[in-house]
Design a protein around this ligand. Structure first.
Ligand SMILES: [Fe+2]
Length: 477
C-alpha cells in the first residue's frame, strides 16, 4: 500500500468528537437512499464515548469518554433512532458539578497527589453492549455492567443479575455461544493476588459458574476467544506499574509498560469446568481484539486476531482524544494455530497486510469455523498515523478475497456488525454508523453482506452527530 505522509493536520474525523454529543429521543430516521430490507428486523445498539470534555478540560484518553448508546429499531414501520448517555453515578456527579472528579483509564483525579489517593476510577460504561431478553447491558472492562431498557435506553442502574461484588469487573467482550445460549466473560481483579476471573452465565445474564487463574502482575487483557470446548486468553507483555497507578501518580494508561522481554502468555481453559487445560508462552505481541476461534478438523485451534508489534496503539488511541494523532500503530490480521493440550503455537501467519481493527464474525458462528471476517480497514494511500478507519471490508480466510466497502473521502465507518435476515437465514446485512466529515452528519449504512463492495442497500439519516464508537451488537427481532 502506497502511503503518503502529509504534514500533521487536523483531519475531518476530529469534528465528530470536538463537542460533547447531544442526546436525542426516539426519532423516525429519514431514508436517504435505497430501501430497508424486509428481512432486517431488530435493533442495532452501539456504545462509545459521547463526551470527551467537561468544564473546558479534555479527557486524557479516548477510552475516558462517558458511554453513550445509539439504538436503532428496525420495524415494519421503518427505522427509529435514539441516543442516550448511560447514567452512571460518576456521569451524574460530574454533570451536576460540570467538572471531571474521578480518575479514569487515561486520567488521574483532579487535585494534588494526596487528594487523589484512594479515589475509585469512574465506570465509563462506554465500551460495548450485551442485549439480553429483557435488558441491555452497557459494558466496561473495569467494573460492573449497567442495565438499560432495551427500547428507551433508560438506565436502570448497576445490573444485579451478574451477582458480582461492587465494582467487580465484567469485561466488554463476552462471548455468546449460539448453540447453547451460554455467555462467557471474564474480569481481572487486583487484591492480594492478581486474578483472571472467568464467568459462565445463562442466557438471562445470570452468572452460574466461576473459575479463576492467577496472573503475574496486572496485564491488559481486553478480549478472549471461545473456540469449541475451550476458552483461550492471550496475555500480552504489558504490565501496569501498580505503585504509580495506585498512588495516583499517573493514570492506568500512563502506568502501562510495554515489556517485550516478556512473552505473550497463552492460557487455555475448559469451558465446561472453567479450569486450566494448558498454559504456555509465545513471542511478544499485542492485540486488542480477536475475530473468532474454532477447533479445526485436525484438532488444532485456529484463532484470528488483529495483531500489533508493540503497544504504540495505546498512544495513538490516547491522541484520538485530542483530535489529532501522529503515532504509527498498525494492526494487521493474523491467524494463530495452537495445540490446545499444550497451548503451544504451531503456526503464526499474517493474513492481510492492511491496517485494520474491529474484526467480527456473524453471531451464529462464534466459536465455530467462520471464514468470513468483517472489519474496519484503512483506505489505500492514507497516512495511518493521522487517520481513523475509512472503510469496512469482508475478508475470507479460505480464499484470501478482500471485499471493501468504499465510502469516499472524510467518511468514517464504525465497526461493521452482521445482522441475520429474519426471512432468509442464508443471507445477512452489514450495518455501520458513518460519520460524514464533509457534511458533519452521521448516518446508518446497510450493506448486503454478499456484495459489500457494491453501493449500500440503504442509508438512514441520524438527527445529530454520533461520535466514533467502539463496539455494538445486533439484536434480532
Ligand atoms: Fe474492544
Amino acid at each position: 500500500m502506497k502511503t503518503t505522509h502529509k504534514p500533521l493536520t487536523r483531519r475531518a474525523w476530529a469534528n465528530a468528537i470536538a463537542q460533547p454529543a447531544q442526546e436525542f429521543p426516539p426519532t423516525p430516521l429519514p431514508l436517504l437512499s435505497g430501501k430497508i430490507p424486509e428481512g432486517l428486523r431488530g435493533s442495532l445498539y452501539r456504545n462509545g464515548p459521547g463526551r470527551l470534555e467537561r468544564g473546558g478540560i479534555r479527557a486524557g484518553h479516548w477510552f475516558d469518554g462517558d458511554g453513550a448508546i445509539l439504538g436503532v429499531h428496525f420495524t415494519d414501520a421503518g427505522a427509529t433512532g435514539l441516543y442516550r448517555y448511560v447514567q452512571t453515578a460518576g456521569y451524574q456527579d460530574e454533570s451536576e458539578k460540570e467538572k471531571f472528579l474521578y480518575p479514569n483509564y487515561g486520567m488521574t483525579a483532579p487535585g494534588r497527589i494526596w487528594q487523589r489517593w484512594g479515589k475509585s476510577v469512574k465506570n465509563a460504561a462506554n465500551t460495548s453492549v450485551l442485549p439480553l431478553s429483557d435488558k441491555l447491558l452497557a459494558l466496561w472492562e473495569g467494573g460492573n455492567p449497567h442495565a438499560l431498557d432495551l427500547q428507551t435506553l433508560e438506565t436502570r442502574g448497576i445490573d444485579p443479575l451478574t451477582q458480582l461484588g461492587e465494582g467487580a469487573p465484567f469485561s466488554a467482550h463476552p462471548k455468546c455461544d449460539p448453540k447453547t445460549g451460554e455467555i462467557f466473560n471474564f474480569g481481572v481483579t487486583v487484591g492480594l493476588n492478581i486474578t483472571l476471573n472467568v464467568y459462565k452465565s445463562d442466557s438471562t445474564g445470570k452468572i452460574i459458574q466461576q473459575g479463576s487463574v492467577p496472573l503475574d502482575g496486572l496485564p491488559l487483557v481486553h478480549d478472549f476467544i471461545l473456540a469449541g470446548p475451550y476458552l483461550i486468553f492471550f496475555v500480552p507483555p504489558v504490565r501496569v506499574n501498580l505503585l504509580s497507578a495506585g498512588l495516583g501518580l499517573s493514570s492506568y494508561s500512563d502506568a502501562m509498560e510495554w515489556q517485550p522481554e516478556r512473552p505473550t502468555q497463552i492460557i487455555v481453559l475448559d469451558r465446561k469446568t472453567l479450569t486450566l487445560v494448558s498454559r504456555t508462552e509465545a513471542e511478544p505481541w499485542f492485540q486488542w481484539h480477536f475475530s473468532n476461534g474454532y477447533v479445526d478438523t485436525d484438532g488444532t485451534i485456529a484463532i484470528d486476531l488483529v495483531r500489533y508489534a508493540d503497544f504504540q496503539t495505546n498512544q495513538y488511541l490516547k491522541e484520538v482524544a485530542t483530535g489529532q494523532t501522529q503515532t504509527q500503530a498498525k494492526g494487521t490480521l493474523w491467524q494463530v494455530r495452537l495445540n490446545p493440550q499444550t497451548g503451544k503455537v504451531i503456526q503464526l501467519v499474517e493474513l492481510l497486510d492492511r491496517g485494520c481493527e474491529f474484526p467480527v464474525v456473524p453471531p451464529q458462528v462464534v466459536g465455530q469455523a467462520s471464514p468470513d471476517i468483517y472489519l474496519a480497514v484503512h483506505r489505500d494511500g492514507v497516512d495511518i498515523r493521522q487517520e481513523l478507519f475509512g472503510a469496512i471490508a469482508r475478508f475470507n480466510t479460505k480464499t484470501d478475497r478482500l471485499a471493501i466497502a468504499e465510502m469516499g473521502e472524510n467518511r468514517y465507518p464504525s465497526e461493521p456488525l452482521y445482522a441475520d435476515d429474519v426471512l432468509n437465514h442464508k443471507r445477512g446485512w452489514v450495518l455501520t454508523v458513518v460519520y460524514d466529515g464533509n457534511s458533519d452528519t452521521s448516518e446508518v449504512w446497510v450493506f448486503d453482506s454478499d456484495t459489500l463492495d457494491d453501493e449500500p442497500i440503504c442509508r438512514l439519516g441520524l438527527p445529530s452527530v454520533i461520535p466514533h464508537s467502539f463496539h455494538g451488537k445486533w439484536k434480532p427481532a
